[in-house]
Design a protein around this ligand. Sequence first.
Ligand SMILES: Cc1cc2nc3c(=O)[nH]c(=O)nc-3n(C[C@H](O)[C@H](O)[C@H](O)COP(=O)(O)O)c2cc1C
Length: 419
Amino acid sequence: MSEFDQAANRRRFLQFLAGSPLLAAGGGAAFANDVLLPKPRQPDPLMWGPLEPQNLIKTPKEAINVFDLEPVCRQNVPPAHFGYMASGIDDEVTLRANREGFLKFQLRPRRLVDVSKVSMKTEILGETYDSPIVVAPVGGQRSFHADGEAGTARAAKAGNHLQILSTATSFGVEEVIAARSAPIWFQLYATNKWEVSEYLVKRVEKAGCTAVAVTVDRNGGRNQETLFRLMKGDTRQCDACHDRSSLQANLKTRGMWSGADLSGLTHTQSSAMTWDFFKKLRDITKMKILAKGILAWEDAVLAADAGLDGIIVSNHGARSEDSGRSTIDALPEIVEAVKGRIPILVDSGFRRGSDVVKALCMGATAVCVGRPYIWGLGAFGQPGVERALEMLRVETYAMMQQVGAPSIKHLVPAMVRRA
Ligand SMILES: Cc1cc2nc3c(=O)[nH]c(=O)nc-3n(C[C@H](O)[C@H](O)[C@H](O)COP(=O)(O)O)c2cc1C
């Protein structure tokens, strides 16, 4: 949860308190104001440089950290679309855990190492990128800005990031690869119909994707409360863009579903998927295959046993369940069990260079980010995405200097401790 959200939550809490019978008898509101009024930035000790969410930045360059982009995105993006992006599930325990999880771990800096030059070069499944920061698959990016996934691709190109394209992309894979001018990965939602997966996989392989990451954590319903609440305040006519006459009609307007035979399709996700799906997938593609959404070491071992090329430790940015399990908490047991057999990528809640460095010290190969670049996209389009990714790179670079690591291989388990 961003600090902007925290301030909003505190305000809501105060409004609730002010209306509470407990405080109704004289002095209650004054007590609430004096004692509980949100301080500009708590519990951050930097009281002389308070975060002021009401003073929005006007250009990407003004952003000091990725959080500065979020309120601008909130201002620009329609409430329902912003709610779709921001939402967790139920009580959003996992959403908070994804951020709070990082506080459980401390970095253990080494000194007197020459870090006048740091290389963040990272090899991921045989390709070398300038940093370990990966653009996570996020669906429907045109709902945040007209630049959509093509703008994100141009921003990924500017910083030489690996980009993973969502099945629910607004743009077709061909356009996105052209914008990135390099191979990307594709994220697959299996759906309830094998032939649709087959169509998508063949199309993206032909277009030049080198890996397919099958999302395995969206296998049930979900109560996206923040989305549903913000939708109520959105007065636009949604039917103008979303054809809700049928699932097929709705999907046909998206970049990847057009061209597929969607008859018999009842779900875009698959609640019946088992490891057999990966065997079938192996038979139809030469692309590398990963499972996205692993949280338990047992599943990580099964993935390696099944011959997968990698896994993404993810809880879908707290959008698929409210288990309360953060990915940074899940990572150590997974790294230990996998024993280096396959690369491990991780996402969910990464907002700072220190978050990235902690995961790499623990043994992750790379870190994917979702919402931070979407805040940039919603705020300023492609330049906002570029700025979000740039700030994450700059922070990661500085953090590597701070812990005494001139290259990625110097980020070792001894540099991170559970607090
Ligand atoms: C608006 C939005 C849409 C997303 N769409 C997809 C998707 O289509 N497929 C998928 O596998 N993950 C999707 N994700 C999850 C991301 O790939 C990633 O796991 C998550 O955003 C990482 O957490 P973070 O947002 O805290 O960085 C989406 C996330 C967001 C915020």
